[in-house]
Design a protein. Structure first.
Length: 317
């Protein structure tokens, strides 16, 4: 897209978003969720390339499934993505007590015990359900997160997103050079670190089996846990009916400690990835199927970590 048109699109988008945020959250959560669902349904009809990509990825992940089921999941995913937009608008202005009144916590003692024992914690998750809700609900209860994020191309939108994530005391660290050191410093200082590892991004990583196929996966969470000798608490947000969000926290995953810290980090990354896959299988429409998760593939002879034989079975939230 030519630069003038891109600037015009961003400018109009920013103008519209600012005016929408001014009325948040007065219409209420159910209004914004419904509006977002309708937006997602519209995008399903008009965004042909994203629709084809979602279906292609679902065929890869569920080769034995019925095509009608895949299309149902893909349509549900489009509505889910629209709902995320509506919920983000509501989250922009909702008071902390109202956010908590719409949130149900399960297994929160796993996180709290990790915080008490290690004077901090590392939360590992993926783009399942509404991860921004997870971040803000924890901050609203007095457990703000420090998260690693990619800066958006337009600084105006980046400022809005960072303001949303930091509403109740959370902090964002930009990915890139120095991010690992900053996260380690924050963790040692007792901050709660939140990291998403289910996307193919330009970051140190390894190939891990994901839905039966190699997928490049960031190892930052695993390496941080290994170097600081701290466990990772897997956590997920699951949208429920009636305008509620279920926030689940698994028992901590402790890193294996050997003479090879990088191998230990890769193993922990494989275990967490397997847990994320279980969550997606349980709620397939609440994941980002348009993301190019398998865009990079290993060269001949390059290691691909499968599901760890030492990983206990989990019951998805």
């Amino acid at each position: 897209m030519p630069a003038p048109l891109r600037a015009l699109r961003y400018g109009l988008g920013h103008w519209l978003l600012c005016r929408v945020l001014r009325i948040s959250p007065r219409p209420g959560l159910r209004f914004w969720q419904g509006t977002g669902q309708r937006l997602g349904a519209l995008l399903w009809l008009v965004a042909a390339s994203e629709r084809r990509r979602m279906l292609s990825h679902l065929r890869l992940a569920f080769p034995g499934a019925d095509e009608g089921w895949r299309r149902t999941v893909a349509r549900g995913c489009a509505r889910h993505l629209g709902t995320l937009v509506g919920e983000a608008i509501w989250l922009w202005g909702v008071p902390p007590e109202d956010l908590l009144s719409h949130s149900d916590f399960c297994g929160l003692e796993n996180l709290d015990e990790s915080i008490r024992e290690y004077h901090g914690a590392i939360i590992g998750t993926g783009h399942c359900g509404n991860w921004e809700w997870l971040n803000l609900a924890l901050a609203a209860r007095g457990t703000p997160l420090t998260v690693a994020v990619r800066a958006l191309d337009d600084p105006r939108f980046d400022s809005i997103v960072r303001s949303l994530r930091g509403r109740f005391g959370g902090r964002s660290i930009s990915r890139g050079d120095g991010a690992g050191r900053a996260l380690a410093k924050a963790c040692r200082a007792g901050e709660i670190i939140g990291l998403l590892i289910d996307q193919d991004i330009e970051a140190p990583g390894c190939f891990v089996e994901f839905f039966g196929h190699p997928a490049w996966t960031p190892t930052g969470a695993g390496m941080l846990a290994r170097r600081l000798h701290r466990p990772i608490v897997p956590a997920f947000a699951v949208r429920q009916g009636g305008g509620r969000m279920l926030l689940c926290f698994d028992e901590p995953m402790h890193p294996v400690v050997s003479d090879d810290p990088e191998a230990d980090a890769r193993l922990l990354t494989a275990r967490l990835t397997a847990r994320i896959e279980e969550q997606i299988r349980a709620y397939p429409e609440q994941w980002v199927w348009m993301h190019r998760r398998w865009r990079r593939q290993p060269r001949d002879g390059e290691e691909v970590l499968g599901r760890s034989a030492t990983m206990p079975a989990h019951r998805p939230c």
